[in-house]
Design a protein around this ligand. Structure first.
Ligand SMILES: [Fe+2]
Length: 312
C-alpha cells in the first residue's frame, strides 16, 4: 500500500532558481538562503521517497489568463521545465507517475473534488525551485513527481478549508493505491510577500511564524483564515500560503516537526520552510531501530558463545 510519510513546506521564490542557475549560491546573500536547506537535503536523501506530490501554482507558464483551473493534477509521463522568458531552467525533465496520478484523480473526483486532469503540462519555478532546494541539482530527479497546480493568481482562489480537505482526499487516494510507495507531499509558495502596488516589498515575519507554528500544532485554525486576512497581513501574493494547507491536510492530525527554517528576504519574499513527519513514520523508524538493536544483541551473544567455546 502506498503511504504519505511526510510533508514539506517551501517557498518557491524565482530568484532562488536564478541564483542557482547562475552560480551565485556561494555569495553571502544567497548562502544565507541555501544553507537553510542543507539539513533538508540530508533528510530527503535519507527519506528516499518514490513519489513527490508537489502542490504549487503556475505563473502563467502552463496556463494563461484564458484558462485557469482551480486544481489541476498532472497525469502525464513527464513534465518539461517551462520557458519563463529566459529559456527553460536548466533542470532535468520531471518524470511523472501516470498510474498513481490517474488513481488519485479518480478517487478525489469521486469524493467530489473537481480536479482538472492535465495530460500535457510544463512546470515553472513554482515547482522546480522547491525540487532544487530539497533534492539539489542532480542529473536526474531521484523520484517521480505528480504536480498539483492550484489557482492563487486570479480571484477567487480556493479557501484554506477547501485546500485542507483536498489534502485529506489525496491522502485517502494514496492509501488506497495497492503498490508499496513512499510518498512525500510538498506545499509551496509564500511566505509573506507583495510584488507590486503601494505595499510592494511587504513582509510580515510575525504572521509567517505564527502560520508555521499553527501548521504544526493547530492547522484547523489556519483553515478558518479568510482570503482578505492573507492579503492584508501577508501581502497580495501571501495568498499562496493556502497551498501549504493541502500538504498539511494530507498528514496526520498530530505530526512531528523535524525541521524549520525562516529567513528574510530572498528577492522581495520571506522564505519559509518546514518538514513535518507523520508519526507512523517515526514509529516505523523506531521499530526498525529496535529490530536493528536486537539483531546486534543476538550477533553479540552468538560471538560470545563462540568465544567461550573456543576458550573451553
Ligand atoms: Fe509563486
Amino acid at each position: 500500500m502506498a503511504s504519505i510519510i511526510a510533508g514539506v513546506g517551501s517557498s518557491h521564490v524565482p530568484a532562488i532558481g536564478a541564483a542557482l542557475d547562475n552560480g551565485r549560491t556561494e555569495e553571502p546573500y544567497w548562502k544565507r538562503v541555501f544553507s537553510g536547506f542543507d539539513k533538508s537535503k540530508q533528510w530527503m536523501a535519507q527519506t528516499k521517497p518514490d513519489v513527490a506530490i508537489v502542490v504549487y501554482n503556475d505563473h502563467a507558464s502552463a496556463f494563461s489568463v484564458e484558462m485557469i483551473p482551480t486544481f489541476a493534477l498532472g497525469c502525464a509521463a513527464e513534465f518539461p521545465p517551462a520557458d519563463e522568458g529566459w529559456g527553460p531552467r536548466p533542470v532535468p525533465v520531471l518524470k511523472g507517475h501516470p498510474e498513481l496520478a490517474a488513481h488519485i484523480t479518480q478517487s478525489v473526483i469521486l469524493d467530489e473534488f473537481d480536479l482538472t486532469i492535465v495530460n500535457k503540462m510544463e512546470v515553472d519555478h513554482g515547482l522546480t525551485v522547491p525540487m532544487n532546494l530539497l533534492f539539489g541539482t542532480p542529473k536526474e530527479w531521484p523520484c517521480r513527481v505528480i504536480p498539483l497546480a492550484v489557482n492563487v493568481v486570479m480571484y477567487p482562489p480556493p479557501t484554506g478549508h477547501r485546500c485542507y480537505m483536498l489534502g485529506k482526499a489525496i491522502r485517502k487516494a494514496v492509501e488506497s493505491y495497492p503498490e508499496d510507495l513512499k510518498v512525500v507531499i510538498f506545499g509551496t509558495g509564500g511566505l509573506s510577500h507583495q510584488i507590486s502596488g503601494p505595499r510592494a516589498g511587504l513582509i510580515n515575519s510575525k504572521w509567517d511564524k505564527s502560520f508555521l507554528d499553527n501548521l504544526t500544532k493547530d492547522p484547523k485554525k489556519l483553515t478558518r483564515i479568510p482570503h482578505i486576512d492573507y492579503m492584508r497581513e501577508a501581502g497580495a501574493e501571501g495568498i499562496e500560503m493556502v497551498m501549504w494547507l493541502i500538504m498539511r491536510g494530507a498528514l496526520d492530525d498530530k505530526v512531528d516537526e523535524v525541521y524549520r527554517f525562516y529567513t528574510v528576504p530572498a528577492s522581495n519574499t520571506a522564505v519559509g520552510h518546514i518538514i513535518l513527519e507523520n508519526r507512523r513514520k517515526a514509529a516505523a523508524k523506531s521499530k526498525r531501530a529496535a529490530a536493528g538493536r536486537s539483531k546486534q544483541a543476538a550477533a553479540r551473544k552468538a560471538a560470545h558463545r563462540i568465544a567461550s567455546k573456543g576458550r573451553r
